[in-house]
Design a protein around this ligand. Structure first.
Ligand SMILES: *Cc1c(COP(=O)(O)O)cnc(C)c1O
Length: 382
């Protein structure tokens, strides 16, 4: 149905009307005092969201731009980088660092698993000469629906002394991440995930310890230069023309998030994820991540039942229910489908999605106990 489409992919995510309307206005001049006032407010609210006293830079790019910015402003050629890989996005850190000319070592877990803290600790304990300068990791791995135990992993990294470089693209605004309290060095994120606005902005915050690495970086990036962003942030501006319209939308969604409160936001995501998992299990379907203690609160990966294909499920959900879900990535393509439930998602949306999935499967010939999935989801939500 026209205008009914609901995105349940892990980004872009649905956008509230207040944010859409804010984008519909003529763009302000980016050097005007009027826009600087907007930026001052947005910068302050981003610090609240990232739970940091450090500046949060706003980059005009997708999330990967902030990942590249982090590596190119910190890492010198030949530096040793340890990349913790549990899926597609963890691999991306390693690829960027390799392209930078770093000496990259990978600790990988099977897709669907989290990094074992003991494995990281054993490797870093071995590094008595402190050759490893950086550790890259993914907080919430969107390709598999696994959330790493970031606090514990970061404690181990800090004890060793390396700089932690964290992909928080699908965790900031959805899953607890206390940048300063946990002592994380670099956090990057992207606008089309928990921020409830369209794609096009990326965010980056870095600790004082990481800042020293930037000062020792021989060939930092030009467009994404940390120094330029920091200097501009102090004057409530950006070094180059930012995406003014998206920042107007962001001001609105940050206000919404502040009104809801961080704990409530994280609890809402946890509840929605639990509701979806309960609904899916009651249909007799298997979750890609069976261990709830590492299952993501932002995205859930689901295996199709025997006899029904992932493309058919996705097609039916889109065509008959106006719900868009994502396919698996890389080796998981057509093996799993992924439902995003981060950002502007409510209990109503979740119940609708569970009911729609159950009905879509019934249309595709799967005999599940009809109606039970929504009941199971509702029970988990209440
Ligand atoms: C979406 C996403 C990114 C960034 O992807 P872009 O397409 O560049 O915005 C990075 N990491 C994770 C975990 C993501 O989900």
């Amino acid at each position: 149905m026209k205008d009914k489409q609901f995105l349940m992919i892990p980004g872009p995510t649905p956008v509230p009307e207040t944010a859409l309307l804010a984008m519909a206005k003529h763009p302000m001049g980016h050097r005007s005092s009027e826009f600087s006032a907007v930026l001052a407010e947005v910068f302050a609210d981003l610090k609240w969201l990232f739970q940091t006293q450090e500046d949060v830079f706003i980059l005009t790019s997708s999330g990967t731009g902030a990942m590249e910015a982090a590596i190119y402003n910190l890492v010198n050629q030949g530096d040793k980088v340890l990349s913790l890989v549990i899926g597609n996005f963890g691999e991306r850190w390693a690829k960027i660092a390799k392209m930078r000319g770093a000496d990259v070592e990978i600790i990988a877990a099977d897709w669907g698993k989290a990094i074992e803290p003991a494995v990281l600790k054993a490797r870093l304990d071995q590094d008595v000469n402190k050759e490893i300068k950086f550790v890259t990791l993914t907080h919430n791995e969107t390709s598999t629906g696994v959330t790493n135990d970031l606090k514990t992993l970061n404690d181990i990294i800090q004890e060793h002394g390396a700089i932690s470089v964290v992909d928080g693209v699908t965790s900031v605004g959805a899953i607890q991440l206390k940048m300063d309290e946990w002592g994380i060095d670099v956090v990057v994120s992207g606008s089309q995930k928990g921020f409830m606005i369209p794609p096009g902005l990326a965010f980056l915050a870095c600790s004082k310890k990481a800042w020293k690495a930037y000062e020792n970086c021989k060939n930092p990036s030009f467009y994404f230069n940390f120094g330029a962003y920091k200097k501009s942030a102090a004057q409530s501006t950006t070094p180059y023309t930012p995406n003014v319209s998206l920042i107007m939308a962001l001001r609105e969604t940050l206000k919404m998030m502040k009104a809801e409160g961080l704990e409530n936001i994280f609890n809402r995501h946890a509840k929605l994820a639990a509701g979806l998992r309960a609904g899916v299990r009651s249909m007799g379907l298997k979750l890609f991540v069976e261990d709830d203690s590492i299952a993501s609160n932002a995205i859930t990966a689901i295996l199709p039942p025997d006899g029904v294909t992932v493309p058919d499920i996705r097609k039916t959900l889109t065509k008959d229910f106006d719900i868009v879900v994502a396919n698996g990535q890389n080796q998981l393509q057509d093996k799993i489908f992924r439902m995003g439930h981060l950002g502007f998602v409510s209990e109503r949306d979740l119940i609708t999605a569970v009911g729609s999935l159950e009905m879509a499967l019934a249309k595709l010939g799967y005999k599940s106990p009809k109606g039970e999935a929504t009941t199971a989801a509702i029970k988990a939500l209440i």
